[in-house]
Ligand binder design. Structure first.
Ligand SMILES: [Zn+2]
Length: 103
């Protein structure tokens, strides 16, 4: 998750472990916020617990959702291909039937 510094607008990127550490620290301190110190100007960026929780959830869902979307796309492609093949077979059958009927 990204923390944008209120003072100098530098974006501090927190990885999943940093977010987990922040939540663990709030659990320990029983506080509803955590200060992220800006790497550029050194100011504390007070960040609400809810934002960390939401950030952690974002980490959790990003990867499986990508794979799921890719899987859905692949299935759709395969289904379309299969349907296309079936259509061709169906058309061939119809042609065959017409030929037979003409004879
Ligand atoms: Zn800053």
């Amino acid at each position: 998750m990204d923390i944008t510094c209120w003072n100098c607008k530098t974006v501090t990127k927190l990885d999943k472990f940093a977010v987990e550490a922040a939540i663990a620290s709030m659990d320990a301190s029983k506080l509803g916020f955590h200060d992220i110190v800006c790497s550029s100007c050194g100011k504390s960026n007070r960040t609400a617990r809810d934002l960390f929780v939401a950030g952690l959830q974002a980490f959790a869902v990003v990867e499986p959702e990508m794979t799921k979307r890719e899987a859905t796309l692949k299935t759709k492609e395969e289904n379309a291909k299969r349907r296309g093949d079936d259509d061709k077979k169906e058309r061939a059958k119809v042609k065959e039937a017409i030929k037979k009927a003409k004879k």
